[in-house]
Design a protein around this ligand. Structure first.
Ligand SMILES: Cc1ncc(C[n+]2csc(CCOP(=O)(O)OP(=O)(O)O)c2C)c(N)n1
Length: 288
């Protein structure tokens, strides 16, 4: 795809008019929530890739992040909690020409949907998953999720979470995703580029967006102000390239400084056949 397209001349206003469902406004997101950023980045990626919205379907489970497709003027399935990937499998397998984009939250994706997640990834279905990780069950008021860091407060862990969290992106890589990237929402360009790459990748693309939940998470964790949450991401993340260089050539002190940080960036790329390719090839062979 050409880097310089008409899309580079498009303004935010045009994106709004072209892709958003005006009738759904005002949206339900709290002030300081990162979901508006996530939606914006996905729409920019779609615009820049020139995706045909007539051939694009959005799916989601349940939760604040799963409300995103409702604001996009396109076909969508708002499904049941943790089951968006099962519905997405059906949509893509019966109509492989569609672009299938799934929005999910950390609880939806690897909490209640955990088993669906690892099995959908394993099959390498050609879909793009935008997983919004806000460290908490946001919509239901702040219960700890499988991603909540140790020691952080949730309504179900008033003295601090004592469980080790999952790393969603590492899980996606381990289960066989062919494109995996993780970005905090405060960086606009890198997520847009990753979503574009994810859309182009033929296979399971997983983009984890670290996104602040000021109301259900930040408020209880001395990260109430949006700036505090964005600073938290800045202080606790390291770019994959910097992490690898430090681990290879850094001093012990430098290594120690990055060892416990969250690695962000494009984390994995791999090429292999997709589930629908293998399925339709098998059908063709059987019909011969
Ligand atoms: C089967 C089922 N169990 C529980 C719920 C209640 N529920 C609705 S949203 C939600 C939390 C969603 O959290 P997450 O996926 O992290 O999304 P967020 O709201 O944080 O964006 C829960 C537990 C439900 N709707 N259905």
């Amino acid at each position: 795809m050409d880097e310089i397209r008409d899309a580079d001349m498009v303004s935010g206003k045009v994106i709004q008019e072209r892709y958003l469902r005006e009738g759904m406004m005002p949206h339900i997101f709290c002030s300081g929530c990162g979901l508006g950023n996530v939606l914006d980045y996905v729409l920019w990626a779609i615009e820049k890739e020139g995706l045909d919205m007539e051939k694009t379907v959005f799916l989601s489970g349940i939760g604040c992040s799963s409300r995103i497709p409702g604001y996009i003027d396109a076909d969508a399935l708002h499904t049941t909690h943790g089951r968006a990937l099962a519905f997405a499998t059906g949509v893509k397998m019966t109509n492989p020409d569609l672009n299938v984009i799934v929005f999910t939250g950390d609880g939806d994706c690897i909490g209640i949907g955990g088993n669906h997640f690892i099995n959908a990834v394993r099959r390498n279905l050609d879909i793009t998953v935008i997983a919004v990780n806000n460290y908490i069950y946001g919509m239901t008021g702040g219960q700890v999720a499988p991603t909540t860091p140790v020691g952080h407060i949730g309504t179900t862990a008033p003295y601090g979470n004592i469980e080790y969290p999952f790393d969603m992106s590492k899980m996606a890589i381990a289960a066989g995703a062919t494109y995996v990237a993780r970005w905090p929402v405060y960086r606009p360009n890198q997520p847009i580029n990753s979503i574009r790459e994810g859309l182009r990748n033929r296979g399971f693309s997983f983009i984890e967006m670290m996104s602040p939940c000021t109301t259900a998470y930040g408020r209880r964790n001395k990260l109430r102000e949006i700036k505090a949450l964005w600073d938290f991401y800045m202080e606790n993340t390291v770019l994959r390239e910097d992490y690898e260089m430090t681990m290879k050539f850094g001093s012990d002190r430098e290594k120690e400084a990055v060892a416990n940080k969250i690695v962000i960036g494009v984390l994995h790329r791999e090429t292999k056949s997709t589930l629908e390719d293998r399925y339709y090839e098998m059908v063709r062979e059987l019909m011969e």
